[in-house]
Design a protein around this ligand. Structure first.
Ligand code: PEP
Length: 331
């Protein structure tokens, strides 16, 4: 570990009921007895926060597991308004009131992946099939006042010869609308602001998707994700923000972690951007984590990269032994 205290955070996502969360945490702590030099974070779903928060009180952790004040309760998301008619949402104030320390904001599951479930994209795209168009055309043709140009355009689109144009439009709609159904950088900015205002530290997730990586847009995209989020972060609170670099293509089951040099170059890029915004002092102390298939067998090499200050761990944080190995990477 370098000058910055490493932070190993486990994101349980939509897994683990409260009772099992405590049992999982207990097994992790048992395998990490006496580990004091790293910060440990656990992010259960909202339903598990109170129960886990009650369990990880510092005095208990000290006597039972010889841990210091180095275990943090993390939430996986928050809403930016503090109260009101927002059915199903949880505010930063509410999280702070039950002892949450830090909140993950902008996870790729929320930025894009959930758009597949929330968005209109897939259903609209599906409806734009040839048979649907033909059906619509039949109705349109009977209408006296139908716009001739629109009719012609639809006929053009519905003709068999133009099937690939139609497929192209379908794909475009699907992708565009899925992107837009997820959390935007504007929403993420508001969440960052609300969290800091209520004393929660932030774990801000950023990372490029496959397309950005392949078209050499990675740094531009990261710039677009980071600058607006930090617009609402004063130099005084900048050190309350942890950045997690999670390339979308490296996250989740079946994906491969980013290569060490890819991680290194992005972390350098992010630190330079922070330097540009806040200067040397903050840039050299802000924590930048890597996330994306961190496992017991790659944590040591990932942590050996200069500029990597920890990891945000998904799948492996659900297995006590794996996550404990990750926490104990340097031991
Ligand atoms: C994550 O979801 O933040 C993550 C990094 O997942 P995994 O470790 O499973 O790739």
């Amino acid at each position: 570990p370098g000058a910055i205290r490493p932070f190993l955070a486990g994101n349980w996502k939509m897994n683990v009921i409260p009772r099992s969360g405590v049992a999982l945490a207990a097994r992790i702590f048992d395998l990490c007895k006496g580990v004091k030099d790293v910060d440990i974070g656990l992010a259960p779903p909202f339903t598990g926060l109170s129960t886990l928060g009650d369990y990880i009180k510092p005095d208990f952790l000290r006597t039972e597991y010889g841990l210091g004040r180095n275990v943090f309760l993390l939430a996986q998301d928050t809403f930016f308004e503090s109260k009101g008619a927002f059915t199903g949402e949880i505010s930063a104030e509410m999280l702070a009131s039950i002892g949450v320390d830090r909140v993950i904001i902008g996870h790729s599951d929320r930025r894009t992946n959930l758009g597949k479930y929330f968005g209109f994209g897939p259903s609209i795209a599906k409806r734009l099939s040839r048979s649907f168009l033909l059906q619509e055309l039949e109705v349109l043709r009977t209408k006296e006042d139908a716009d001739r140009q629109i009719l012609a355009a639809l006929e053009h689109l519905a003709s068999e010869a133009n099937q690939d144009v139609l497929t192209g439009i379908q794909r475009f709609l699907e992708e565009e609308l899925i992107e837009r159904a997820g959390e935007s950088d504007e929403v993420i900015q508001k969440k960052v602001q609300a969290s800091l205002a209520h004393g929660l530290q932030v774990i801000l997730c950023v990372g490029e998707n496959t397309e950005a990586r392949e078209t050499h847009e990675t740094f531009n995209l990261l710039d677009r994700q980071l600058r607006p989020a930090f617009e609402v972060v004063s130099p005084r609170t900048a050190s309350e923000v942890v950045i997690a670099y999670e390339p979308v293509w490296a996250v989740g089951e079946g994906a491969k972690p980013a290569r060490l040099e890819q991680i290194s170059e992005v972390h350098d890029f992010i630190r330079n951007l922070i330097m540009d915004l806040y200067g040397e002092q903050i840039a050299s102390t802000i924590r930048i984590l890597y996330g994306g298939n961190v496992k017991p067998d790659n944590i040591a090499e990932i942590m050996s990269i200069a500029g990597v200050d920890g990891a945000l761990v998904g799948g492996a944080s659900l297995k006590a032994w794996d996550f404990a190995q990750i926490i104990r990477f340097g031991l």
